[in-house]
Design a protein around this ligand. Sequence first.
Ligand SMILES: Cc1ncc(COP(=O)(O)O)c(C=O)c1O
Length: 439
Amino acid sequence: MSSEMARYMEMTVESRAAWEEAKRYLPGGDSRNSIFWDPYPIFVESASGARVVDADGVERLDFIGTMTTLILGHSPLAVTEAVGRQLERGVVYNAPNRHQVRLARLLCQRIPSFELVRFTNSGTEATLNTIRAARAFTGRSLIAKAEGGYHGSHDTVSVSVRVDPSKAGERQRPDARPATEGLAEGVLDSVVVLPFNETEAAREILEQHKEQLAAVIVEPMLGSVGMLPATREFLLMLRDFTAENGSVLIFDEVISFRIAPGGAQEYYEITPDMTSLGKIIGGGFAVGAFGGRHDIMGLYDPTSGPRVAHAGTFNANPATMLAGAVTLEQLTPEVYRRLAEVTERLRHGLREAGQELEVPVQVTGIGSLFGIHFLDGELVGYRDIAKADSAFRHQVFLGLLNEGILMAPNLVGAVSTEIGEAEVDAFVGAFRRVLRRMA
Ligand SMILES: Cc1ncc(COP(=O)(O)O)c(C=O)c1O
């Protein structure tokens, strides 16, 4: 057993006991495989601002904020007070509520491509609906997605996410690979996989399938697999190709929306037809949204159809809508500027630590999002990120936990407004100590 692992297990006796108990009722002890790590995760007892406290009373700085959701940190007063007042007026209604309209208005004002929007309870439902709408609108079925792109857990997008490159065909012509067992027959034939950021190779693949192509769905920055931004050239090619071909360009901005007031589409100055959102727009509550062109979103209108079905008991519930609206109202251009500045200090500090200790460290990301990669060479697409030594990365992850820093296990992270220079410097100091121990 490595010394980081041994130290982790010494520090997390109560979490381990909680996890052993959890396993009696829940497969693997939880309901989210994406936050499991070896040997077992910490159990969090409380959280406030930038800090979480685990079952053993250990406090850590939260540099992931529930997979990039908590842009204002844990329990911001503006959100908890507003939601507290709302809960006294009822939790959910069998009727629309005004908070939904407030959040919809905010999103449509911020995102030029949003002529109309609908809410869901997760990013998964949001991408599902962008795809269903695109199929209904075009009358075609084939979907193109990028290798390494994560768009939630429904069948169509559970293809070629964290693939093993040695089993996934050539870099420039990736095979469609299942991301899970249990997919319906034919799913792999309904998806064509593009190499992320390989503009010419991707265009050729699209050209070959253009007659069947309903939509291209893409994260403007590969998020959960490593915070790797797309090149503008790649996204522009997708925009031009889909426009010419009459297929729908979908930006999945469930993560990337937080890089600018109008999301990555504002940052890149590229307007998709449809967009899926989630995470920050619910202010910490379960949420998703999809929106875009009037003629596509109109398929959902019950007064003239609807042509596309859409229900959901908890869709647009008042607490979530209010929390989301209050959160977005806090996010002024000055706040985005400050988030980017603090995160740039972190990126710089981590790179410098790598140089000092002669460990190849690359830090990717835009705005308040970042990913740490122990790799030499240019990081173009998923296959470059996948070259990383995952055992080394895991030791660093455990080392950071031991030093009081919480990130995602693959070392992607997010900076909240509760994090300032002091927290960033604490992270960089911890990172340096961990690398020194690993040397
Ligand atoms: C880009 C992207 N799309 C979709 C999803 C799915 O969202 P949810 O977990 O809310 O279903 C995620 C979740 O991490 C995501 O990162």
